[in-house]
Design a binder for this molecule. Structure first.
Ligand code: XMP
Length: 517
């Protein structure tokens, strides 16, 4: 199978386009995000299976509000308008959008019309949906039937099955809209007539063929970090070209307990990948000695990482000439850097963070079209160990930025022991998937008095920072059950001698960040 016809999600500048694209993928339909500034002819040249117009500024009358080119409707592509996209669509097709003065923000109740149509058919009455609008569609374009209203939106949903077009004033992509995913599926399957064929198996077949094509009989290198993305990217490339791939794992000594072993043993056992391990912990810790400033730590680690990786790459290159470098770039990185179009031959420079000019590779980026959850599904399908596939995000500079103060082996051991306990208890409580990330932070420069056994202690505090998030851009502190927190606290203070206090971070992001540093 070749890459399927995309559902294009036209980004009108709200934060929802990525979420819509993900929901479409969750419905097993391939999607791509395009900017609203893309000419309609260019969108159509992508041969889209359907087009979804996303939310955007609250009003089509707002100065500078993006305009929808009516040329979009001069052809037969199915279209689904959401929120702003719904209003822009109504206006472009001859309906009426008016300032009714009735704004709706947040949770609203939907009243289906007596003819609920295809999108809302047989859904319970009084469905909660998520709204965010000032203006309202007061009259649907001709040919469309109005299938729902709300207190502030006389036309909250419409559809025209003959032209395969539909729209909703609310946001079906957010979790607060009950049955939102069901509505999206009905648009995709029942109105646009798209088959749900975007599956992990198909993606793998696709990518394997593309990688073989790109690489031919050349040699390839990939840096493994211990994280999900590089692990899956390498496994995919290995599936395609086997031993033409060599992986390099730089152990900087700042990983959590068991992580290096997971890469060196379990991952290699599961994939059969040829791995070169470089134990560079002495070098990294040597350069980090006495450094307390987090930016300084990051700079040192970045610099040493490149030096080490480069040296390993040169050694390998001397054995077998290497022409390609695998990168675990994901779709959100591509969208956020305003890209989407080919950077196939750029110097590895920009991505690895500064390999020198005389060490040039062409890039292989097999995950460039994928979201994180798809990468995980792929990893599972490729037979990677669960511990790697489901691993929470972990910063490149590792535990160095989770020690507040200077980094040394002893402090790393203390943090590793506390971190392992937190992870074990989270897993034991079955909560791994409810939490986005669970940093454990050692306040190495802080001491406080405690009492243990018969004696007074003067130990360090450890901070628990479990957070819930969709994408790490915003986050909230996870409401872990008290008994789980209690268990972690008791075990850490009992088992880690240097720690006499455990505190919980109850700050959202913003204003806090996820990591402490
Ligand atoms: P903050 O702390 O900014 O973190 O809320 C957002 C997300 O980014 C991760 N993070 C990093 N990941 N290299 C990485 O690969 C880094 O230097 C780095 N710093 C933060 C962090 O763990 C969270 O998921």
């Amino acid at each position: 199978m070749s890459t399927p016809r995309p559902v294009l999600v036209v980004d009108f500048g709200a934060q929802y386009a990525q979420l819509i694209a993900r929901r479409v993928r969750e419905a097993r339909v391939y999607s791509e995000i395009v900017p609203h500034s893309m000419p309609v002819a260019e969108m159509l040249a992508k041969n889209p299976a359907a087009i979804i117009l996303s939310g955007g500024p609250s009003s089509v009358y707002e100065p500078g509000a993006p305009v929808l080119d009516p040329a979009l409707f001069a052809n037969e592509v199915p279209v689904f308008g959401i929120c702003y996209g719904f209003q822009a669509m109504a206006q472009a097709l001859g309906g009426t959008v008016a300032h009714t003065g009735a704004r709706e923000y947040g949770r609203t109740v939907l009243s289906p019309a007596s003819q609920a149509g295809t999108l809302l058919r047989e859904l319970p009455a009084g469905l909660p949906v998520w709204m965010s609008h000032g203006d309202s569609v007061t009259e649907a374009p001709s040919g469309f039937s109005v299938t729902a209203s709300s207190a502030g939106a006389p036309v909250a949903a419409f559809e025209d099955l003959a032209t395969r077009r539909a729209g909703v004033q609310f946001h079906p992509e957010v979790a607060h809209t009950e049955q939102g995913q069901e509505m999206l599926k009905r648009f995709l399957y029942d109105i646009a007539g798209i088959e749900p064929t975007w599956t992990a198996t198909n993606i793998i077949e696709d990518q394997v063929a593309a990688i073989r094509d790109q690489v031919g009989d050349k040699q390839v290198i990939c840096g493994l970090s211990g994280g999900v993305d590089s692990a899956v990217a390498a496994a995919l490339v290995h599936r395609a070209i086997g031993d033409q791939l060599t992986c390099v794992f730089v152990d900087h000594g700042l990983l959590r307990a068991g992580e290096a072993e997971q890469v060196e043993k379990d991952y290699v056992a599961a994939t059969g990948i040829r791995l070169k391990v470089v134990d560079a912990s002495d070098v990294f810790l040597g350069h980090l000695a006495g450094v307390t400033d987090p930016e300084q730590k990051r700079k040192i680690i970045g610099r040493e990482f490149i030096r080490t990786f480069e040296a390993a790459a040169r050694e390998l290159d001397a054995e077998r000439h290497i022409e390609f470098l695998v990168q675990g770039t994901l779709y959100p990185d591509v969208v956020e850097s305003g890209g989407g179009t080919g950077t196939a031959n750029i110097k590895s420079h920009h991505n690895v963070g500064g390999l020198p000019d005389d060490l040039q590779f062409a890039l292989i980026e097999p995950l460039r079209t994928l979201f994180k959850d798809e990468v995980r599904a792929l990893g599972a399908e490729l037979g990677l160990p669960e511990e790697i596939v489901q691993r929470h995000p972990f910063p490149g500079p590792g535990l160095a930025i989770r020690i507040i103060g200077a980094v040394d082996r002893e402090r790393l051991d203390v943090l590793r022991a506390a971190d392992l306990i937190a992870r074990e208890e989270l897993t034991a409580a079955g909560l791994d998937r409810d939490v986005w990330q669970f940093p454990v932070v050692l306040l190495a420069d802080v001491r406080s008095v405690g009492v243990q056994g018969d004696g007074r202690t003067y130990g360090h505090p450890v901070v628990l920072r479990p957070v819930s998030s969709e994408d790490a851009m915003t986050a909230d502190w996870s409401r872990l059950p008290y008994d789980v927190i209690a268990k972690i606290s008791t075990r850490i203070t009992n088992e880690v001698r240097e720690v006499n206090r455990v505190v919980l971070d109850v700050t959202s992001k913003p204003p806090g960040t996820i990591e402490w540093e």
